[in-house]
Design a binder for this molecule. Structure first.
Ligand code: NAD
Ligand code: TYD
Length: 348
């Protein structure tokens, strides 16, 4: 039995990763460490909460003593680190939250991992989950590869870039075994409705305006969250030590094209007249320092490890919309609390 620590497993992507590992690997005991910030939600993982190879631990990666004691107690063979502050807009208003959790929190985990293994790391691994935003913004052409220079533009991106550098430095200096993956924008079930897709699904459902930043011609590369989870599984088991893997679906959309597709699918699913949802589109003030375009070249992952996305964007988006329409209570629980204040500050 191996003890595996997954951090941030009550969040959006983490919950899908925890579920996959708990269900597929009975020989691993999965410890899910999460501080349950505004973004963490135990409702995301109720289906596996009673599994015999699963333990939830409420705790903060910023708390050094707590982290050291946890590592000492469970002697984790591997860490899959997803816990982070993850929303660019919040990083513009509160950058220090990002610096503390994403940079210092990551360092605390690395230090605790070193302390229990004393730099003897046979069959051990620290898997750091990161983002394509570390590479900065692309012009009209080109793709991010694993050798693209880091050029982060938002406090979120800079905090994640720093954490990637810290992980690599521990590998180089102390021989700590690691892999890093940098993934493009995810979408799917359980995403907090501050991010574009769940925010807009909820607003269309409740006939609220759809706030499009700037000219709406910003481009993102979208990946279905369950495909991210299978990529993490593959990289965790087959990835080479000290390597970086880019994860993406070769699936670029301008925000406006994506929003129109979302509107069309929702009009149909809600049984409303074509064009109803699109009438809610409202152009609002642009995000400060808004990155123009992200696009991932995932050739290395596909060629070396044989990973490919399992769904097209239209299929993934349709599944995602169905999930939000079928899980009204999940959305209502989130949007009835402190979310109201956030929404007011951001959009009203
Ligand atoms: P999320 O905001 O939905 O979830 C983050 C989770 O981390 C929450 O459960 C939260 O409670 C927990 N957390 C936050 N601060 C913590 C702390 N100090 N201690 C312990 N737990 C804490 O984020 P997500 O979208 O699921 O992203 C997960 C990871 O994947 C992040 O590292 C993010 O940078 C990366 N990533 C996200 C995307 C994306 O499109 N969402 C794309 C690429 C990479
Ligand atoms: P988001 O989901 O926040 O992801 P990221 O900023 O990490 O890429 O935003 C995706 C795109 O949608 C980004 O270009 C910003 C834009 N956007 C809007 O136009 N309006 C909104 O209300 C939000 C949240 C995002």
């Amino acid at each position: 039995m191996k003890n595996i620590l997954i951090t941030g497993g009550a969040g959006f992507i983490g919950s899908h990763v925890v579920r996959l590992f708990v269900n597929n690997y009975p020989n691993y005991h999965i410890y899910n460490l999460d501080a349950l910030t505004y973004a963490g939600n135990l409702e995301n993982i109720t289906d596996i909460s009673e599994a015999s190879n699963y333990t939830f631990v409420k705790g903060n990666i910023k708390d050094i003593d707590f982290i050291n004691a946890l590592f000492k107690k469970h002697q984790f063979d591997a860490v899959i680190h997803l816990a982070a502050e993850s929303h660019v807009d919040r990083s513009i208003t509160n950058p220090n939250d990002f610096i503390e959790t994403n940079m210092l929190g990551t360092a605390n985990l690395l230090n605790a991992f070193r302390a229990i293994w004393q730099d003897n790391y046979e069959d051990k691994l620290f898997y750091h989950v990161s983002t394509d935003e570390v590479y900065g913004s692309l012009g009209k052409t080109g793709l991010f590869t694993e050798t693209t220079s880091y050029d982060p533009q938002s406090p979120y991106a800079a905090s994640k870039a720093s954490s990637d550098h810290i992980v690599r430095a521990y590998g180089n200096t102390y021989g700590l075994p690691f892999v890093i993956s940098n993934c493009s924008n995810n979408y799917g079930a359980n995403q907090f409705p501050e991010k574009l897709i769940p925010l807009f699904i909820n607003n269309i459902k409740t006939s609220k305006s759809l706030p499009v930043y700037g000219d709406g011609q910003y481009t993102r590369d979208w990946l279905f969250v369950e495909d991210h989870a299978t990529a993490i599984d593959l990289i965790f088991h087959k990835g080479k030590n000290e390597e970086t893997y880019n994860i993406g679906g070769f699936n670029e959309w301008t925000n406006l094209d994506l929003i129109h597709l979302l509107c069309e699918q929702l009009d149909e699913k809600l049984g409303q007249e074509k064009g109803t949802a699109a009438k809610l589109i409202t152009y609002v003030k642009d995000r400060a320092g808004h990155d123009r375009r992200y696009a991932i070249d995932a050739t290395k992952l596909s060629n070396e490890l044989g990973w490919n996305p399992s769904v097209t964007f239209e299929q993934g988006l349709s599944k995602t919309i169905d999930w939000y329409l079928e899980n009204e209570a999940w959305m209502n629980n989130i949007t009835s609390g402190s979310y109201k204040e956030y929404y007011k500050k951001m959009y009203e």
